[in-house]
Design a protein around this ligand. Structure first.
Ligand SMILES: *Cc1c(COP(=O)(O)O)cnc(C)c1O
Length: 382
């Protein structure tokens, strides 16, 4: 069956006891055992919870994996992956990655003796050259953040596997409705469920899905031992979010395309970053890797300076001025002052994040209303 049909029905069979078409939320932290030394599927909620399991199974099926692991946040999920490594190991990652991942890699796991090299992962030679004998993980993000760089997952996975390196993909911006990295050769796919999976800015969560049962067991061991699991309420909300995921993201992508085209023709705009525009360097890879859609994130630079961009983001009325993304309401932010403020200014510049960059998360409002709002905000600086 098609993605949307499966997304609606996975884990939502009527309850055999009551006929309820929505499963109950299991709040129990502990589960009675049949006898001492005998276990059923669940014994303690950190180790496993039926509501969390239902979400994990659903996302695993949608990502074509063997198992899912749900965490308290996206960062907890990425941190779990890094715990596969040990002192002396090395990670290769992209330059256009989530600010929190940059911080985790450079300010937390470096303390454990793990080093990181950042390369433009849309440059396959640079990826290949970055591998060292101690490289254990290639961590990709496509589309990237905040420049929407497109990385060829098939090609990168092929290079990494030739070097015996594990490939993880933060697929938060793409969602399984558009890209399924495990089908493209990745070993691990990760989502900040806080974004499109939840979809309504009301739940914090993260998830990993893998295709190798042995890797699943290793990650499960770390998750259970370190404990940053997703709670039952959050699990239910994320599971429910999957049911409308494809409808939401497709409509959001359509609006994003219209908005990117509007921005590209606006005199106050210096440059638009949207993989759906034919002049985006990753356009062709995106067209085949993202099911013909291009995501619902749009970034652009305005003419002027940091103050000009600040004026624009402060002037929208419909777009909320906020970090985060992926929900039904549209958001606007200035990476230099907000999402990527944890970068040193030099690192920001080196990664192409200019002071005048503005990032939009396109929601589900009518695109005409969104364009009108941007029009009036840009008129403040034109
Ligand atoms: C938000 C986000 C994360 C981190 O997820 P949290 O749920 O905020 O911990 C990681 N990667 C990307 C691409 C994100 O957008």
């Amino acid at each position: 069956m098609k993605f949307r049909t499966r997304a609606i029905h996975l884990g939502f069979d009527p309850d055999p006891q009551t006929g309820a078409v929505v499963p109950p939320i299991h709040l129990a932290t502990t589960f009675a055992q049949p006898a001492a030394g005998e276990w059923r599927e669940f014994d303690y909620s950190r180790s496993g919870n039926p509501t969390r399991k239902a979400f994990e199974n659903a996302i695993a099926a949608l990502e074509s994996g063997v198992g899912g692991l749900a965490f308290a946040s996206g960062m907890a999920a990425i941190h779990c992956v890094t715990q596969l490594l040990q002192a002396g190991d090395h990670i290769v990652t992209g330059q256009d990655i989530y600010g929190g991942t940059f911080r985790l890699f450079h300010k937390i796991i470096n303390r454990a003796g793990i080093s990181v090299t950042m390369v433009p992962t849309n440059d396959l030679d640079a990826v290949e050259k970055a591998f060292q004998p101690n490289t254990r993980l290639l961590w990709l993000e496509s589309p990237g953040n905040p420049l929407l760089t497109i990385t060829d997952i098939v090609a990168c996975a092929e290079i990494a596997h030739r070097h015996g390196v594990l490939v993880g993909v933060d697929s938060t911006f793409a969602t399984p409705a558009l890209t399924r990295p495990l089908e493209l050769g990745a070993d691990i796919v990760m989502h900040s469920a806080t974004k499109y999976l939840g979809g309504h800015s009301d739940v914090l969560g993260g998830v990993l899905v893998v295709r190798d049962p042995e890797l699943y067991q290793r990650l499960y061991f770390i998750q259970n031992a370190t404990g940053a699991v997703m709670g039952p309420w959050e699990s239910y909300l994320c599971h429910r979010g999957l049911r409308t995921l494809e409808l939401r993201i497709r409509e959001q992508c359509r609006s994003a395309m219209a908005i990117a085209q509007f921005l590209a023709g606006h005199p106050a705009v210096r440059r638009v970053y949207y993989p759906g525009l034919p002049d985006h360097p990753g356009h062709e890879i995106a067209a085949r890797q993202m099911s013909g859609y291009f995501g619902a994130m749009v970034s652009f630079e305005v003419h002027g300076d940091i103050g000009t961009a600040r004026k624009v983001v402060n002037s929208t009325r419909l777009f909320h001025l906020a970090v985060s993304l992926g929900a039904v309401e549209s958001l606007i932010e200035q990476p230099a002052l907000m999402s990527h403020a944890s970068y040193d200014p030099e690192a920001r510049r080196a990664h192409g994040i200019s002071d005048t960059l503005i990032r939009l998360s396109i929601g589900l409002e009518d695109p005409e209303d969104l364009i009108a709002d941007l029009q009036q905000a840009l008129a403040q600086v034109a």
